[in-house]
Design a protein around this ligand. Structure first.
Ligand SMILES: Cc1ncc(COP(=O)(O)OP(=O)(O)O)c(N)n1
Ligand SMILES: Cc1nc(C(=O)O)sc1CCOP(=O)(O)O
Length: 168
């Protein structure tokens, strides 16, 4: 279904499920299967994402062959109880330390999406509660998508000035 919609399906942690379902890739954390083994199991064409909270973790993931990084928690989140709040500063440090695309995660919603994207650094955002804790999941998704697209259009046309990590 996600393939029909043109959306890659990346399975969190479970390489066995990624293999069994011929998913597009897997996302692993620092205490999950090492990237090198995931790559051997999945082959060269699948997507491997790695959670990185520090520049050191980001560099290591890149050296090991990750395709993208997930970095957070950018803001406080109730979805994942045990994490570290990196804030925008921590996210920026990870992004600046790597040429890999970075997906920002943790507490992201329509209210703070522009702040995250206005750093000009992450390639995208990963969101749980701002979609799934909403009364109308489809409507919440549309609003987030519109906010992201509006931001990206403004960025392309030079309509949003990025200064000190703040959009204006
Ligand atoms: C983009 C992105 N970032 C992080 C995760 C994984 O979250 P989680 O499994 O809770 O944490 P780690 O064990 O990887 O630190 C994800 N799926 N996507
Ligand atoms: C899955 C996950 N990983 C995180 C990390 O910090 O690595 S935060 C998080 C939960 C994201 O959910 P929400 O959008 O509801 O905050």
């Amino acid at each position: 279904m996600s393939r029909r919609a043109g959306v890659p399906l990346v399975i969190n942690d479970r390489i066995d499920i990624a293999l069994a379902t011929d998913a597009d890739g897997v996302h692993v954390g620092q205490s999950d299967m090492p990237v090198s083994i995931a790559r051997k199991l999945l082959g060269p064409d699948k997507i491997i994402g790695v959670s990185a909270k520090t520049p050191e973790q980001a560099k290591k993931a890149a050296e090991e062959g990750a395709d993208y990084l997930g970095s957070g928690a950018v803001y406080p989140t109730k979805t994942k109880v045990v994490t570290i709040n990196l804030g925008i500063d921590g996210l920026v440090k990870v992004c600046q330390s790597s040429s890999l695309p970075v997906v920002a995660i943790g507490g992201i919603s329509t209210e703070n999406l522009a702040e995250v994207m206005s750093t000009g650094l992450p390639s995208g955002v990963a969101i749980v509660s701002a979609v799934f804790d909403q009364p109308d999941v489809a409507d919440a998704t549309r609003k987030l998508r519109t906010a992201l697209e509006t931001y990206r259009r403004g960025e392309k046309s030079g309509g949003i000035r990025v200064d000190d990590g703040k959009a204006s």
